[in-house]
Design a protein around this ligand. Structure first.
Ligand SMILES: Cc1cc2nc3c(=O)[nH]c(=O)nc-3n(C[C@H](O)[C@H](O)[C@H](O)COP(=O)(O)OP(=O)(O)OC[C@H]3O[C@@H](n4cnc5c(N)ncnc54)[C@H](O)[C@@H]3O)c2cc1C
Length: 396
């Protein structure tokens, strides 16, 4: 154990300022062991308005998220399940402690067809679960409904809030150009607070943490071809009447996510490998048709009022009038799942912890992966020798 590392904060460079980078940076900085600098082309501070520029979307998924917690892990993905459940508890705690975080406790509703329904793992682990009687189910085609306690958050606001918390505890945000390699980020290394912490200390001088999402496909020293975009088209509407999250997975996947400020995100699509930044009017109409069917409250109607073939056009027109904006975002999907690994940079003896590839679940697993990344940073710093031969990797 390198005790100097505890007394004198080891410099860490986190590359990437999406929710994964900011949460990881926060956890590292809050530990008291590390002096963390976040380096990224796109940062959530100082101005939130930058978040929604179309040009940022292909390189920065986080401002475009829904966002809600809705367990994604499959029944055999126990590691991801733990990370998601841990994150749900963190988000609930943050909601209770910090109303300005934008996180809200809400009811979640999941609707399915009985033939496709497999009870999700989280149903046995979270509160407020109730199977909805058939008489209370929304419209035609849906025959399983389950209600549960969850959270929603306003993605760009929560991201900026957490970034401010990180800065408030001494973390540093530095804007960069688009880096061509992770090694390029080394020039942003903070000055070690002690001369005993230096870059020749078997790689313990600086640790790089890679949270670049889709960027990991293009950084020359990562070049991960398994990373690919999963395009999501969403419609933001004004609907203070809508308070709860609704997700339906019938032949297509639709969701209604209130942001807690009177606006609601309606989605969505999940187009793998599609980089188009243009919204498609047919998709918009399909999203409106299906979300109003699931959630009549969107236009101020009672939950029990059903959309029918006779009233659908009228209802869609009313919902269309409430559109505030439309967005396309790109989930950083990775074939094989998240890469959470300790490795080394091509240059020097510098350890790198990879934490990228969170697809559609980056927020809802963020705290679990952030602590997982810190365990790997601790391992790199505490090892008395180098992290090993170039291609040795340690997986959590
Ligand atoms: C429509 C939509 C809805 C979603 N809804 C939800 C939801 O409800 N719940 C949920 O949990 N998740 C949701 N997601 C997924 C979630 O948004 C992502 O998983 C998450 O944002 C990924 O965060 P990240 O930090 O890994 O990457 P990003 O947010 O993409 O951040 C990458 C960062 O790395 C920087 N970077 C990359 N390459 C370089 C480089 N070469 N040089 C310098 N900087 C670089 C970028 O500038 C940026 O700061 C949704 C996504 C979309 C698109």
């Amino acid at each position: 154990m390198n005790t100097n590392a505890k007394q004198h904060q080891t410099p860490i460079i986190v590359v990437g300022a999406g929710i994964v980078g900011i949460t990881t940076a926060y956890v590292l900085q809050a530990s008291g062991k590390y002096a963390v600098t976040v380096v990224a082309e796109y940062l959530p501070l100082p101005t939130l308005s930058d978040a929604y520029t179309t040009s940022a979307a292909p390189a920065w998924a986080s401002p475009f998220a829904g966002g809600n917690w809705h367990g994604y892990a499959k029944l055999d993905q126990t590691d991801l399940q733990q990370k998601e459940l841990f994150t749900l508890h963190m988000l609930q705690k943050l909601c209770d402690l910090y109303p300005d975080s934008s996180i809200k406790r809400v009811k979640g509703y999941e609707y399915r067809k009985a033939a496709d329904y497999i009870e999700p793992y989280f149903i046995r682990h979270i509160s407020g679960v109730r199977y909805i009687p058939t008489s209370e189910l929304p419209p035609q085609g849906i025959d399983v409904g389950v209600e549960f306690d969850t959270v929603v958050f306003n993605a760009p606001e929560y991201l900026a809030w957490l970034a401010r918390k990180f800065v408030a505890i001494g973390g540093v945000l530095r804007q960069s150009t688009r880096l061509s390699s992770l090694s390029d980020a080394l020039k942003y290394a903070p000055t070690p607070s002690s001369p005993s912490s230096n870059e020749n200390n078997n790689g313990a001088g600086v640790v790089v943490v890679n949270c670049t999402g889709l960027g990991s496909r293009y950084l020359v020293d990562v070049a991960d071809a398994a990373v690919t975009p999963a395009r999501g088209h969403v419609v933001l509407v004004r609907s203070p009447e809508c308070q709860d999250v609704t997700v339906s997975d019938e032949s297509e996947w639709f969701y209604v996510i209130p942001r807690g400020n009177g606006t609601v995100i309606l989605g969505g699509t999940y187009d793998i490998g599609n980089w188009s930044q243009t919204t498609n009017p047919d998709t918009t109409t399909r999203i409106l048709q299906n979300t109003i069917r699931l959630c009549p409250q969107l236009i101020g109607e009672p939950a029990t009022s059903h959309t029918t073939a006779q009233n659908i056009d009228d209802r869609v027109a009313k919902l269309r009038e409430r559109i505030v904006s439309e967005h396309v975002g790109f989930r950083p999907m990775r074939v094989g799942g998240v890469r959470l690994e300790l490795s080394q940079l091509d240059v020097g003896n510098v350890p790198v912890v990879h934490n990228y590839g969170h697809g559609g679940y980056g927020y809802q697993s963020s705290w679990g992966y952030a602590y997982g990344a810190m365990r790997l940073v601790d391992q790199a710093v505490n090892s008395s020798c180098s992290v090993g031969p170039k291609h040795t990797q340690s997986k959590l």
